[in-house]
Design a protein around this ligand. Structure first.
Ligand code: HDD
Length: 737
């Protein structure tokens, strides 16, 4: 069952049983709308209002009275309904969930969320695009955000990551220029939600450290098929701190149970108009239908002793740790299982802060991370109107705490007790004081260690030594911009490399500056000479010999770079199949196939001549009460093949066969075939596909009634066997000959 837009979900307060601690907490602040006798329409004062249609005025045609508090307050509230959208990642979709730990990381961290096996931690996850404004289309080529707030028993912990394991720049000080260059041009504010313009590629071409991320950005990673089929990465290197004070570097990973899959660019261009909400709809539909998206959570761990043992720097977030060097340890599962009740209150007001940490998790000295730790908290002050954003319902924690912070705009709490520390009421302090004098500081290295280790579960920052010459400087290994860009490119399949070249032609084809195009081609020449030669063809440019020839190495693993790698998951589950139910269709076939597809976890949608009843073979058109009448999701004029992952054409009677002849229906097949989508057909639909829709495209004789092409994902036949059906559902999307 897809997300129901008819408002029926607003009518009643959901049952509270089975709610996780955060949902139960939010419920305290929720208001539902039933007219249950005690409630009435009101204004700010909550006084009842009888008339919301007509303002107060002197006589029927006289001036409107400013003394009408109802009209005034309604207009005034409306005037202030908007808050600033996020300066980046403005467009997002959120969902509540549960994180369950299945493998303890006790050896590395004292954070309970990562040590108590079986513990369920409530979460809120927000997926996003980066550059588009809050109303932008979601299928634009964009890096995607993957941010999760864990409401742990020790406070909130936020992992604010992306769907790509590396980032554009090595130092947060450059973030402002990176984002300015990618956002719409400042004079006429275009283009929206895309990097296909001169400023962005100007910045990229003049900033060599961006090369690795530039390659990821042009790849299929920036056009995901679904947030349910998208990886996530913490990107920066963090530090886990054990109960004995041992510090271990950690990279965070999310791996989708449905595998990692993308759209093809032509689909994106079309879907941008057909359904600009494609990804948030997909997420809401899946959760509403009970097909809860799941992700494995994993860590790559590096001991402090091994910090220098790589040919890249762990503090450089333009680099990943190849899995053959450090495998991923999978420790928990995130399930997204509840849609928000109110988009603004939850998805918009959620404030992810990289600085939200719990004891046992710490920052590394990654210079991006260190500045991020400031930026997120800071931006919420203007976005959410002041320092009390952390006590908004979606942001407040579920663990008990005491704070001496007070007052400020829109204070939500009524705080009793001392607003200073230390105090004579012995407000408990988690930290240990080595001197027992009430001050939480120590005067020697030994005392600091002793204090931290005395009660590791409460230490916020584990002590560790830092020293160095204070200067604007970078570590030497930060200088290698090529090795990992080459590793990424080599690890892709040929077709994915081809997609990158096509993406380059689109992106740089939208730039006007010859200098930008040529400099960028020269940059990619340092990644791979053949690639540079290919992309240069679209720009009539001759590429020279690279200074850093491609080393030819590849990487693979549990989070394989290529989406066609055998370690990726391929499943029919979660895929959307469109079934063409033009009047006169074979009802038995449709019901049998749709039941089978649903059992495999597919979402089935029916397309007919009209939204409403479709009449099977043997039922008179118009006889709505006859058995077998199929309710459709879309009229054929109201949807396109791009909205489905696969299509099924049943057989049918003469009327059905005649309706197949419509140009719109033929276009369905041609377009889906062009996107390498699985198409299945039976009976009269077989010769129609072979000879009308795809003449000359199929390897079948003119009189053939059956054909199967695993390459095209096309299956045509009188009967579809189980093995053919399962091969069909492998969905060879995006694979080109
Ligand atoms: Fe950021 C939002 C991810 C670098 C400053 N960022 C934001 C969001 C995600 C990321 C997913 C949206 C969170 C949400 O859904 O509300 N950002 C990243 C990643 C980065 C990164 C993976 C590189 C490793 N960001 C980065 C830097 C800075 C920022 C270097 C500034 C120094 N990011 C912000 C911000 C935002 C933000 C301006 C905008 C809205 C917000 O924080 O809450 O503070």
């Amino acid at each position: 069952m897809p997300y129901n837009g008819d408002g029926s979900a607003w009518a009643e307060r959901p049952a509270t049983s089975g709610m996780n601690a955060k949902i139960a907490d939010l419920d305290k602040s929720s208001v539902y709308c039933p007219a249950d006798g005690d409630k009435h329409l009101s204004v700010f004062s909550n006084a009842p209002v009888d008339n919301l249609d007509t303002s107060m005025r002197a006589g029927t045609r006289g001036p409107t009275s400013i003394a009408d508090p109802v009209a005034r307050e309604r207009i005034s509230h409306f005037d202030h309904e908007r808050i600033p959208e996020r300066v980046v990642h403005a467009r997002g979709a959120g969902a509540h969930g549960t994180f369950t730990l299945h493998t303890s990381l006790e050896e590395y961290t004292c954070a309970k969320v990562l040590t108590k096996v079986g513990q369920e931690t409530p979460t809120f996850t927000r997926f996003s695009t980066v550059l588009g404004s809050s109303g932008a289309a979601e299928t634009a080529r964009e890096v995607r955000g993957f941010a999760t707030k864990f409401y742990t028993q020790e406070g909130n912990w936020d992992i604010v990551g992306n769907n790509i394991p590396v980032f554009f720049i090595q130092d947060g000080i450059k973030f402002i220029d990176l984002i300015h260059s990618g956002k719409p041009e400042p004079d006429v504010a275009l283009p929206q939600a895309q990097t296909a313009h001169d400023s962005f590629w100007d910045f990229m071409s003049l900033t060599p450290e961006t090369l690795h991320m530039a390659a990821w950005s042009l790849s299929d990673y920036t056009i995901p098929r679904s947030y349910r089929m998208m990886k996530g990465f913490g990107v920066n290197t963090y530090v886990l701190v054990s109960a004995t004070g041992k510090r271990t570097f950690a990279k965070f990973h999310w791996k989708p149970h449905l595998g990692t899959h993308s759209l093809v660019w032509d689909e994106c261009l079309k879907l941008g108009g057909q359904d600009p909400d494609y990804l948030r709809r997909d997420l809401a539909d899946a959760i509403a239908g009970g097909a809860f998206p799941k992700y494995e959570f994993g860590v790559q761990l590096v001991s402090e002793e091994d910090e220098e043992s790589f040919d890249f720097d762990l503090l450089d977030c333009t680099k990943l740790i190849p899995e053959e060097l450090v495998p991923i340890k999978w420790v928990g599962t995130l399930e997204l299982n509840k849609n928000p009740t109110n988009y603004f209150a939850e998805t918009e007001q959620v404030a992810f802060c990289v600085s939200n940490m719990v004891p046992g998790i710490d920052f590394s000295n990654d210079p991006m991370l260190q500045l991020r730790a400031f930026s997120y908290f800071d931006t919420q002050l203007s976005r959410l109107g002041g320092p009390n954003f952390s006590s908004l319902p979606i942001n407040r924690g579920v663990c008990p705490f005491i704070s001496t912070a007070r007052d400020g705009h829109s204070q939500h709490r009524i705080q009793a007790g001392p607003h200073y520390y230390p105090n004579r009421f012995q407000t408990p302090n988690a930290g240990k004081c080595p001197h027992g004098k009430g001050q939480n500081y120590a005067t020697s290295e030994a005392a600091v260690k002793e204090a931290a280790l005395a009660d590791p579960e409460t230490m916020t920052f584990a002590p560790h030594k830092v020293e160095g010459l204070r200067a604007k400087q970078r570590p030497p290994k930060f200088a290698d911009d090529y090795t990992q860009a080459q590793l990424f490119y080599n690890s892709l399949s040929e077709v994915e490399q081809q997609h990158m070249a096509e993406a380059f032609a689109f992106e740089l084809g939208h730039c006007d500056s010859r200098q930008v195009q040529e400099t960028m081609i020269d940059r990619f020449n340092e990644m791979d000479h053949d690639f540079a030669v290919t992309i240069a063809k679209s720009f009539d440019y001759e590429v020279g010999e690279p200074k850093h020839p491609n080393h030819g190495k590849k990487t693979t693993g549990q989070q394989p770079i290529s989406m066609l790698d055998s370690n990726n998951t391929f499943t029919a589950a979660g895929r959307k199949v469109g079934i063409m139910c033009l009047d006169g269709f074979d009802g038995l076939q449709v019901s049998a196939l749709s039941t089978g597809l649903v059992a495999m976890g597919c979402v089935v949608q029916f397309v007919g001549q009209r939204k409403g009843p479709a009449y099977p073979n043997g039922v008179k058109v118009g006889d709505k009460s006859a058995s077998g009448v199929q309710n459709t999701d879309f009229p054929v004029e109201g949807c396109r093949s791009t909205m489905f992952d696969a299509l099924f054409f049943p057989t049918g009677n003469d009327a059905f066969a005649k309706s197949l002849e419509s140009g719109r229906v033929i276009h369905f097949v041609r377009e889906a075939f062009g996107h390498f989508k699985p198409i299945a057909a039976v009976g009269v639909a077989v010769p129609w596909i072979a000879h009308k829709c795809l003449p000359g495209s199929l390897d079948m004789k003119a009189d053939a009634t059956a054909a199967f092409s695993s390459k095209h994902g096309l299956i045509l036949g009188q009967n579809i066997t189980d093995s053919e059906a399962s091969a069909w559902t492998k969905l060879t999307k995006g694979v080109k000959d």
